[in-house]
Design a protein around this ligand. Structure first.
Ligand code: FCB
Length: 453
């Protein structure tokens, strides 16, 4: 069978990873500017000061997206461009940049899907406690209001936050990403609660400030659970493990998704976290549980899970076994069934259509002697994952879109420029863009309406 007719074919990127122009036109410093200037935090001390210089080259980049035939492009806004210190009067030049970008996309026939927060918090807000400060809810709400007033006449697809588990897990708990904190679990739960409330305020502000109906979500992620076999026992074990919230980590999917969808935290986690739980009021939960319109989900990898003799979930040791295929980043084990099970489990639990807001493959792509970038592994990766998504839609699981990560090579956070995810190769010394073989493969695939697989 084939994909639904109006399926959204897209690609994604995020502000700090591509824009560069870090101190231009009134942009304030973000936590990622500060973190990446600190020696030893990023591979070879790279930073996003220049990145892909998309801030100046956006016209060329939109041209490439048009050649690719993208229906939609997922971008994020740099909060410190819009409010350099995170609060107060907006910076006109920062807003004007996104205004031009949105117009440029629309002129090219590409629908912008906009994320408000893809990790680049204004440093001034971090100095005031960041997510540990309950005022974050209002700071974020004010920011969303400014954005809605300026872009809400043209932007109809929104995501409030990108990947809360990374924000709070890698940023506040494990210290690997900005702002590099290693806080006790109780503090992380408090920060997570404020993040969810900020999401709720963001949804309210977007709905109130945009013209006409809008579609809003938050881009979740976790590690997918893939049943070791398709026996009922293994499927139920995988499902149970997927939605369990008892591990003392920030990666539990239901911890983030249940409060939004059901208006309460998962009972197993509340019990397991005990005295570490923050004070949660009914009003807080009401704010968090604003209606959203779809599930946005970033899907890369997964674990195999089977039922043990008692029916309990058991993760298979070592993921997929010695020498399993993966990308150049160690966490990117190739698990093509991941999006199928993610969509199936989530659609059943939460009852909303799902959009894959990210999925992609990283390698050490380079320009070959013939001047082209041959990336057969990426093409194979995409074909495998897309087949799994097609299986889901064939079975009636409501999947509505797919955004490849990323439109172009970019600053991969703590890994710097080492690992390349793009459909377009970027030479960081010259800023030359070269579409990879996968770019042309995806172009033909989109042209065929998803039939060519
Ligand atoms: C996701 C991030 C995105 C990118 C990919 C590889 O976790 O949202 O910015 O770094 O991973």
């Amino acid at each position: 069978m084939s994909f639904p007719k109006n399926f959204v074919w897209g690609a994604a990127a995020a502000a700090y990873q591509i824009e560069g122009a870090w101190n231009v036109d009134g942009r304030g410093p973000s936590i990622w500017d500060v973190f990446s200037q600190e020696p030893g935090k990023i591979f070879e001390n790279h930073n996003g000061n220049v990145a892909c210089d998309h801030y100046h080259r956006w016209r060329e980049d939109i041209g490439l997206m048009r050649d690719l035939g993208l229906k939609a492009y997922r971008l994020s806004l740099a909060w410190p461009r819009i409010q350099p210190t995170g609060t107060g009067k907006p910076n006109a030049k920062g807003l004007a940049f996104y205004d031009r970008l949105v117009d440029g996309l629309l002129e090219a026939g590409i629908t912008p899907w906009v994320t408000l927060y893809h990790w680049d918090m204004p440093q001034a807000l971090q100095q005031r406690g960041g997510f540990l400060n309950r005022e974050m809810v209002e700071w974020f709400g004010d920011y969303a209001e400014i954005v809605a007033a300026r872009l809400g006449d043209r932007v109809k697809h929104w995501m409030t936050f990108n990947e809360p588990p990374v924000v709070m897990g890698l940023g506040y708990h494990e210290g690997k990403f900005a702002p590099g904190l290693k806080l006790p679990f109780a503090d992380c739960l408090l920060g997570a609660h404020h993040l969810l409330m900020a999401h709720g305020r963001g949804v309210q502000a977007l709905r109130a400030g945009c013209t006409g109906p809008v579609k809003i979500s938050l881009a979740h992620t976790s590690r997918e659970r893939i049943p070791a076999t398709e026996s009922k026992r293994d499927i139920e074990a995988a499902r149970h493990d997927y939605f369990a919230s008892t591990e003392r980590v920030m990666w539990n999917l239901s911890w983030w998704a249940d409060p939004i969808m059901f208006g309460h935290y998962p009972a197993d986690g509340v019990k397991a976290f005990g005295a570490d739980m923050p004070k949660v009021t009914a009003a807080d939960l009401k704010l968090i549980a604003q209606k959203i319109d779809f599930l946005a989900y970033n899907c890369y990898s997964g674990w195999q899970v089977r039922a043990d003799a008692k029916g309990n979930a058991e993760r298979l040791p070592g993921g997929w076994g010695t020498g399993n295929p993966r990308g150049t980043l160690s966490w990117l084990e190739i698990a093509p069934e991941a999006p199928y099970w993610a969509a199936r489990f989530q659609a059943q639990r939460y009852g909303l259509p799902l959009v894959f807001s990210e999925n992609g493959y990283c390698n050490t792509d380079f320009v070959h002697l013939d001047g082209k970038v041959h990336d057969p592994q990426r093409i194979d990766f995409m074909a495998r994952y897309l087949r799994a998504i097609r299986r889901a839609t064939d079975e009636g699981v409501p999947v509505a879109g797919y955004f490849y990560w990323s439109i172009m090579d970019n600053f991969e956070w703590a890994e710097g420029y080492k690992d390349r995810f793009g459909l377009v190769h970027v030479d960081y010394q010259t800023q030359k863009r070269t579409p990879k073989d996968s770019f042309y493969w995806y172009r033909d695939f989109i042209r065929s309406g998803g039939a060519k697989l």
